[in-house]
Design a protein around this ligand. Structure first.
Ligand code: SF4
Length: 421
């Protein structure tokens, strides 16, 4: 085996994952091309998926497509196409790469899934600005292109606490979507179907939380980089049984690793927290660099963002409003800090990496002094990496490699004060 293969231990469940994702994309493609009956809704990644599924929509997530464009590095071909249409290089590079790919009539789905020509065409678009306003502009672009309804939720933002008034506000907005969804789907709203989708999502969240939680074990059976791949069902298939079945398989495999003392990173010396977006086009390189440094990135805000503990089928609207309003990205700086502090303690991390993603200020938490405050309070060093989720023009591989090496060296020397840009 090559050195690289030794450093990246394959998770066997990845074969099941491939099948689950292929079934999902082919099913949407059959509906979109009229080979199978059904309707397609597009939804933001932490949008009202359960409500859409209660109307039997198959749900496409443009952010998932954006991540695919990033990990295949095709984003770099498409971002300038959207820029030329007036979408700034400074705004979300998921948005610019996805719109650019659409304008060029291309998708990486065609390469991954032979026979698929394009992303599925929407019958309705549903967003939630709990994460950012970019999603609203993104969906409005497609609303104009496809001439289909664009509906959305604009919840209160940056909350220190989520109170009853916030929940009532979001519940009213969720309910206001129903007449449009009834009209587009041709189906009456059925509260029991909605409860069932909420129940399935709750189960998915629990399982996803459990598999992520297995990285608390020392040494960890998997890494943040593995998590970014295996989160596909939690993002795209929550609210359906396939996702839950898949996470049972993954959980069993990771538990077996723990039982047999198998570490994701051989000779794990250091454990890190990853704060911020993945750098999709550099996941492999980063995961190999960390493995080579005997360092395991064990926990991240990003992967944890698809754990929605509030879901409760007995209070479907209220619990859904709570789940999607109390997410990390929609909270105040002090709530975020406390969350990271708790996770850093539970996962026994030695340091925190903050990714300052140029085109996503919303998922960047290093700009208001948080690394310095956490470093002082927790007594562990923080490192800020400048980069982006998809736009690799914002990322210097050489500089980042050097900074990471120096950071790990400092961890080895037990030094603090590693925070740097
Ligand atoms: S949160 Fe960031 S990455 Fe996600 S859609 Fe908004 S701007 Fe883009």
């Amino acid at each position: 085996m090559s050195e690289q293969e030794l450093k990246r231990k394959k998770i066997k469940a990845a074969d099941n994952l491939k099948q689950v994702m292929a079934d999902y994309f082919y099913r949407m493609d059959r509906i979109s091309t009229g080979k199978e009956q059904g309707k397609i809704a597009w939804c933001t990644s932490v949008g009202p998926a359960e409500l859409l599924k209660a109307f039997d929509f198959e749900v496409h997530y443009p952010e998932n497509h954006g991540a695919l464009l990033g990990s295949t590095r095709l984003a770099m071909d498409y971002i300038p196409v959207a820029n030329a249409l007036g979408y700034s290089p400074e705004i979300c590079s998921y948005l610019t790469s996805d719109i650019g790919a659409y304008l060029k009539g291309e998708t990486p789905l065609s390469r991954a899934y032979p026979g698929i020509q394009s992303v599925p065409k929407p019958d309705v678009l549903a967003y939630n600005t709990n994460q950012c306003r970019d999603v609203q502009e993104w969906f409005r672009f497609y609303g104009r292109e496809f001439r289909v309804p664009v509906i959305g939720i604009t919840p209160p933002r940056s909350l220190s606490e989520v109170n009853e008034a916030h929940i009532a506000n979001v519940v009213a907005q969720l309910k206001a979507m129903i007449p449009v969804l009834e009209e587009v789907s041709g189906k009456k709203f059925d509260i029991d179907k909605f409860r069932e989708r909420v129940r399935l999502s709750r189960q998915c969240s629990e399982l996803w939380g459990e598999v992520l939680g297995l990285a608390r074990h020392v040494p960890s059976p998997w890494t943040f980089f593995d998590g970014t791949i295996h989160m596909g069902p939690a993002v795209c298939l929550r609210g359906s049984q396939e996702a839950n079945d898949y996470y049972q398989i993954l959980k069993a495999e990771l538990e077996e690793r723990i039982e047999n003392g198998v570490a994701a990173v051989d000779g794990e010396r250091f454990r890190l927290y990853w704060e911020g977006m993945p750098i999709w086009g550099k996941l492999r390189a980063l995961s190999e660099q960390f493995a080579g440094l005997q360092t395991c990135v064990v926990v991240s805000t990003y992967c944890n963002s698809w754990i929605f503990s509030a879901f409760d089928e007995n209070r479907p609207f209220e619990s859904m409003a709570q789940a999607y309003t109390e997410i990390f990205i929609n909270r105040s700086e002090d709530v975020k800090e406390k969350y990271i502090e708790k996770m850093a303690d539970e996962f026994k991390v030695d340091g925190i990496i903050f990714h300052d993603a140029r085109t996503c200020p919303n998922n960047t938490n290093s700009r208001y002094g948080m690394p310095q405050r956490l470093q002082e309070r927790l007594g562990i060093p923080c490192l800020v990496i400048n980069g982006d989720l998809n736009d690799l023009r914002c990322y210097s591989e050489e500089q980042t490699r050097t900074n990471i090496e120096a950071f790990i060296e400092q961890l080895g020397e037990g030094k603090q004060g590693a925070w740097q840009r």
